[in-house]
Design a protein around this ligand. Sequence first.
Ligand code: BGC
Length: 361
Amino acid sequence: MKKLTLLIMALLVVVTLAACKKETVNIGIILPTKDEPRWVQDEKRFKDALKDTDYSVEILFSQGSTVTELSNVDTLISKGIDVLIITPQDGSAAAAAVEKAKAEGITVIAYDRLITDTDAVDYYVTFDSVAVGEAQAQYLVDQATGTGNPLYLYAGAATDNNAFLFFEGAWNVLQPKIADGTFEIKNSSEAIGLQTKAVLTRSEMSDILGQITTNWDFNTAKNLAETHLTNATTADKGDVFILAPNDGTARAIADAFADDTEITSYLVTGQDAEVASVQYIIDGKQSMTVFKDVRTLVNDAIDMAVSVLDDDTVVTTGSYNNGEIDVPAKQTEVVVVEQSNVVAALITSGYYEESLFENLD
Ligand code: BGC
């Protein structure tokens, strides 16, 4: 009898331990919002990449709210995570959230967007965001002939460090072409006031962003573009050039410009290679996108996390200063996609199924 009781107790311990183990999450991932295809894509790629891992993972979304982001961090801390991979909703507000995680001994990896003004970020995986802005601007420059071409500038959310890097890259390429008269800025008095300056300070960029930010929001972008078109004279229209920071805002801005009868033609940039924008490119409604292969970023983030969990050396290739420390970083290159290379860059590479698109030939 005694033996049987002991056996039952031992079994109970095993079952309880197994149950506890199930509750524990090794890697916590927090993404900013499900409302943008970009981040749903990241979720999908994380799930694909993690299918065969032995480590347990949980992915949460902040839905555009820093409050939800903080409670997501709390939830993951309570589940015992060792590594947190996080794309901040607001790069500076997220400092408090990751400091909480750090205080629990959790390794923090900033994913795509840097977390600023804190020493609680261990690593950063990112695309070359300055190169994204440069590629967008270079596309516009390559299509422009003559002088006085109307230029409309748009930017991302000022709470996102990337919005500054994208704009910095674009300015690097556009500014000389504004200075030599190829382009004339039509929608930002702050940018016009600074157009002779080759390199802008962060606060100068903030002044410009204050006038042209889309806040990464489709409706904000559309309303802003409509306001700019209402304020523009007929001479400010015609054949125009538009720097749009990403695909969601590019489609919104493109729709607004397409609706204006005084716009003869428009060229508009983008980024992310979202399915809807690739279709816009095929249909000639968006000019280009900057493809950021999320599979690479996901793999880099997971490799880092697994190295941390296995006590191996984490591989980085450089660093980014976040206002407080130099964060060791791994950076990935980007690819320009326009009508002529949609198939090669996105279908042949296995990124998207051909069946997602119409009129692709
Ligand atoms: C990302 C972009 C994305 C944007 C809006 C940026 O930080 O790098 O890929 O389009 O946020 O979500």
